[in-house]
Design a protein around this ligand. Structure first.
Ligand SMILES: [Zn+2]
Length: 200
């Protein structure tokens, strides 16, 4: 049936390529675009293209930055660049930063090692982090990965690589329920977990 509607078919096929867009939501999203007025769609496409053109990843911490500006964290003189908080995703970075109480800088790994999903160490920014440590300006690394099997395994993998350097390694305190993700934690829990971090 859908083959007889080539334009809709193409729209659905393209939406299908968007990760995390559950299949049952696909039709709702397609309806949203088909029902929206032309100006709104044009604006949406413009915003998307502009973001693609003007947003790049910081070469140091792998967080997003505007192409014509320095990284808002790495270039901030009020932040302690010797204290690096390692997170899986930039959503987690936002969660920690919103919680307050952390004045260091960040490192965004881009996920956690997960052999079942085909994500290996080389798919993450682990080598970038090691290069940062080799630069000799870092005193402490705080691991703030999710306390899931993948997060814990990734922390252990990176910690092993960093043991050869003379820096302090710590990780978030066990205030966060095991098996949960940082994204859904309240600010106080996050803030406590940062202030009560433990040696790894
Ligand atoms: Zn940066």
């Amino acid at each position: 049936m859908i083959d007889r509607l080539p334009t809709i078919n193409q729209l659905l096929k393209n939406l299908q390529q968007v990760p995390y867009l559950a299949s049952k939501n696909l039709y709702r999203v397609a309806s949203f675009f088909l029902s929206a007025d032309d100006a709104k769609i044009e604006h949406f496409c413009h915003v998307l293209l502009r973001a693609k053109k003007n947003v790049i990843k910081c070469q140091r911490c792998a967080f997003w930055q505007e192409r014509d500006q320095d990284c808002i964290f790495c270039s901030d003189p009020k932040r302690n660049s010797g204290l690096v908080c390692v997170v899986e995703s930039w959503q987690d970075l936002f969660v920690i930063d919103r919680a307050g109480g952390f004045s260091g800088v960040y490192h965004v790994l881009g996920g956690a090692i997960c052999p079942l999903e085909g994500i290996g160490p080389e798919d993450l920014t682990i080598n970038m982090l090691i290069k940062r440590v080799e630069g000799n300006t870092i005193q402490e690394i705080i691991f703030a990965l999710n306390q899931t099997p993948e997060g814990e395994a990734t922390t252990a993998y990176i910690a092993k690589k960093l043991r050869v350097f003379n820096i302090k390694l710590s990780s978030l305190a066990r205030g966060i329920p095991v098996g949960s993700t940082l994204e859904y934690m309240d600010r106080l829990t996050i803030s406590k977990a940062i202030s009560e971090r433990r040696p790894f």
